[in-house]
Design a protein around this ligand. Structure first.
Ligand code: GCU
Length: 407
């Protein structure tokens, strides 16, 4: 008996609900139809529908100072206002000074407030609920305080990002939807039109929706190129970034770090966090039907390589860490391998590795080596986090994929 490579679609039983395997190449107009089928399946079975709210926003510029990053960047604080002001999302946007033309950009959500990203005391504290965790949020009252200013700065190397010629923007996810199981009574859900059902979106869909509003707000800022804004996120915010770029074709691409279960990792491997774990601990993140797949991953009509495929042909980068077993780094890598089949059908190279090319499954690349083309991947030593080293790889990838002569 010959061993079948563990990564092969046959062993994992990876589904092909849109019939993509029948095509050698997909003309763009045909891909649109297949893409819609896949998107609807992800909505129906995992993330749910986007929030049923009026999408129109207005932007209220609260602050614009040119002295950020020791005078090398301009910081904007913008309130993204929904409806008559029923919800205000505070965006923090940095744009490099001294640029000849609009620059590409990253848009990502933060876990505990914009003030954790940069210690400058002029950055507004969030108004929304924050987790009571003294180490990370400096509070035990669900109210943000000065104690957590700058605590997440290592995850947001703003000087380095702007120094490399990119704008970067962030928004506190809890302002879109607080991260606890509250019966969808607050945040954006409080503004929803219809009664909720099993197919309604959960918190990840709400965060993804909010990321699109952040993208729109960035597009109003001088110096940002609206056609080159990538969604980025770590862990649960990585899941949101991938889903945002799947839902919103105006994102130029997506970057996930340690997004794991129902992010970049293949569910059918059943390694690390499983659907039973995630839907028990975080029942509010997904649509009602998702929990039906607890211990029944093989019955899902899709798997996460197809979520990555929904980002095609736009650039996609996936980052893992070798000790982050909960996020199943190998499952993240293999999802990139299998998503490459879609990139190839669209005339792109993807990761440049195709499981059908070789008898053996593609192996994880060596630590710290970034591989791929329009799909990029690296695994670094260490734990669940997004570090300056991850950003360094991401910036190199963005240089290759998004930069134009001059910028
Ligand atoms: C938990 C959760 C993960 C998530 C992570 C995070 O570990 O189980 O799915 O990605 O939190 O957001 O840090």
């Amino acid at each position: 008996m010959t061993d079948t490579p563990e990564s092969s679609p046959a062993v994992l039983g990876l589904p092909d609900p849109a019939g993509l395997n029948e095509f050698e190449a997909l003309p763009p107009e045909q891909w649109a139809g297949h893409r819609r089928i896949l998107l609807e399946l992800f909505r129906e079975h995992i993330y749910g529908q986007p929030p049923a709210v009026e999408p129109t926003i207005t932007c209220d510029l609260r602050e614009r100072v040119a002295d950020a990053c020791e005078g090398r960047a301009t910081r904007h604080q913008v309130d993204i206002v929904l409806g008559e002001g029923a919800l205000r999302l505070g965006a923090l946007i940095f744009v490099p000074n001294d640029i000849a033309s609009p620059v590409p950009a990253f848009a990502g959500l933060n876990f505990h407030g914009n003030h954790t990203v940069d210690p400058d005391p002029r950055i507004a504290l969030p108004r929304a609920w924050v987790a009571s965790n003294r180490a990370e949020t400096g509070c035990d009252s669900n109210t943000a305080s000065d104690a957590s200013r700058g605590l997440a700065a290592a995850r947001w190397p703003v000087e380095r990002i702007t120094g490399r010629g990119y704008a970067v923007a962030t928004l506190y996810a809890g302002e879109i939807d607080p991260d606890f199981d509250d019966g969808f009574a607050n945040g954006i859900h409080a503004l929803e039109r219809d009664p909720r059902g099993r197919g309604s979106g959960g918190t990840i869909a709400a965060w993804a929706w909010g990321l699109s509003r952040l993208r729109e707000a960035m597009a109003t800022i001088e110096g940002v190129d609206p056609s080159r804004i990538m969604a980025i996120g770590h862990s649960r915010m990585g899941k949101a970034a991938l889903w945002a770029a799947a839902e919103d074709l105006d994102f130029a691409g997506a970057i996930s770090s340690g997004s794991g279960c129902l992010g970049a990792a293949l569910s059918r491997r059943c390694r690390g966090e499983r659907i039973a774990d995630i839907t028990t601990r975080f029942p509010h993140w997904f649509c009602g039907r998702c929990a039906d797949y607890a211990d029944r991953e093989h019955e899902l009509p899709i798997d996460q390589h197809l979520l990555l495929g929904l980002i095609a042909p736009r650039p996609l980068y996936v980052a893992s860490a070798d000790q982050d077993h909960w996020a199943d780094p190998e499952g993240e890598f293999l999802a990139c391998v299998h998503a490459t089949a879609i990139y190839r059908k669209l005339g792109r190279s993807g990761l440049g590795l195709d499981p059908s090319d070789d008898a053996m499954p593609p192996a994880l690349p060596p630590l710290n080596r970034s591989v791929g083309h329009d799909v990029g991947y690296h695994i670094r030593p260490g734990h669940h986090d997004i570090t300056p080293l991850d950003w360094w790889h991401v910036l190199n990838f963005a240089d290759r994929q998004l930069k134009r002569p001059g910028h």
